[in-house]
Design a protein around this ligand. Structure first.
Ligand code: NAD
Ligand code: ZN
Length: 369
């Protein structure tokens, strides 16, 4: 029997969230019913609200859930009621890329996590007064007191884990960290540049600091974020407002260029500047998401010197592998995620979204009573 929960419904694009009572379905065999303790807010939630990232509305967003398992479907074997869990993206598990261990590049990633708004079989997880509400956002829709999560996106954590402190690992943090640790794997003595000092970019900075790169350049236009980046290990914070960004990066490297780059702005002119600042054999990971349909020019002859541009989803991570590794690094004091977090009460979700948008909060985390 579906039961009443409280959820932040986004009624339409460019509108505030409305906390309303909706009905959540019972768990299917592969699903886990989770009572949320906290949920992080990510730039992708902002992107959907602005209409830049495709997700049908009205719907329930939220994709960095953390909570306690209340019930499991008959086929679930990795968690049980009472377990503490972090929620991440879902994947089909049977396509070629899932089998190769790259679930973030699942053939059905977009349908299962974003544009579908419902389960793979077409059924809705959420209703309001008999009408369907789009859900299953990143296999969870965790801007709600309860979520139905696909087991493939669920990671069990220890009973003493501080869920509110770890919630952002489910998307933004594993994305930034995984892009550096799984994709770029920077060589010793090199230069990495991170464009965008939001949560994704700063997670990339913290991960870069765990490697043997020589220089960590961080580019943003919000000075407070650059100041924080410096405390997290950025050696060269650059406020790019009114600068010729490519020239500054070339000057910094004596004309050689940057060896590795992560774009976490989704800003097309920034991405273009980053490409032009790549050294021969340099590699740019595209992580930030511009509005659908945006393109960037490539000078083909310039690219022939071994330069590479690669698009990355969720840091190419397998959540059940990268999330526990990051939790251990946090426990050892080597990945200070707490410096990024600002807590908000769930009822103040619109304040949290505004704070992320205006740059005053880096990683809002919503707390459920
Ligand atoms: P955010 O909005 O907090 O961070 C973006 C940062 O870019 C901000 O600090 C902003 O000041 C900076 N910025 C914007 N325009 C700029 C410009 N012209 N020059 C310099 N800096 C500029 O968001 P976030 O949560 O860190 O997410 C970053 C991006 O990554 C978003 O586009 C989000 O949708 C995307 N994302 C992608 C994935 C993925 O799997 N590919 C996962 C999570 C988030
Ligand atoms: Zn996200």
């Amino acid at each position: 029997m579906p039961h009443d929960i409280s959820a932040a419904v986004l009624p339409d694009y460019d509108r505030p969230f409305e906390v309303r009572t909706v009905q959540l379905d019972d768990p299917r065999p592969n699903e886990v019913l989770v009572k949320l303790v906290a949920t992080g807010v990510c730039g992708t939630d902002l992107g959907v609200q602005a209409g830049h990232t495709p997700f049908p509305l009205p719907g329930v967003l939220g994709h960095e859930g953390a909570g306690v398992v209340e019930a499991v479907g008959a086929g679930v074997s990795t968690v049980k009621p009472g377990d503490k869990v972090l929620l991440s993206f879902t994947s089909c598990g049977v396509c070629r890329n899932c089998k190769l261990g790259h679930p973030a590049f699942c053939q059905y990633f977009l349908t299962l996590n974003l544009i579908g708004g419902r389960r793979a079989d077409g059924s809705y997880t959420l209703h309001e007064g008999g009408e369907p509400v789009n859900g299953h956002f990143f296999g969870q829709s965790s801007f709600a007191t309860h979520a139905l999560a696909d087991e493939r996106g669920v990671t069990r954590v220890s009973d003493d884990a501080d869920l509110a402190a770890l919630a952002p690992l489910g998307c933004g943090i594993q994305t930034g960290a995984g892009t550096v640790l799984n994709i770029l794997k920077p060589a010793p003595g090199t230069t990495i540049a991170v464009f965008g000092a939001g949560a994704v970019g700063l997670a990339a900075v913290m991960a870069a600091r765990l490697t043997s790169v020589e220089r960590i350049v961080v580019v943003d236009i919000v000075q407070s974020r650059l100041d924080l980046a410096a405390t997290l290990g950025a050696t060269h914070p650059i406020n790019s407002r009114d600068l010729d960004l490519t020239q500054v990066l070339l000057d910094l490297t004596d004309g050689w260029g940057i060896d590795y780059a992560v774009d976490a702005t989704g800003n097309v002119p920034v991405i273009h500047s980053a490409i032009l600042a790549l050294a021969p054999l340099g590699e740019l990971a595209l992580v930030g998401a511009p509005p659908v349909g945006h393109t960037v020019d490539l000078d083909v002859n310039f690219m022939l010197s071994g330069r590479r541009v690669i698009g990355v989803t969720e840091g190419d991570s397998t959540p059940q592998l990268l999330i526990p590794a990051l939790i251990e690094l946090i426990a050892q004091g080597r990945f200070p995620l707490d410096k990024l977090i600002t807590p908000f009460d769930f009822s103040n979700i619109n304040d949290a979204m505004s704070a992320l948008k205006d740059g005053s909060a880096l990683k809002p985390v919503l707390h459920f009573a």
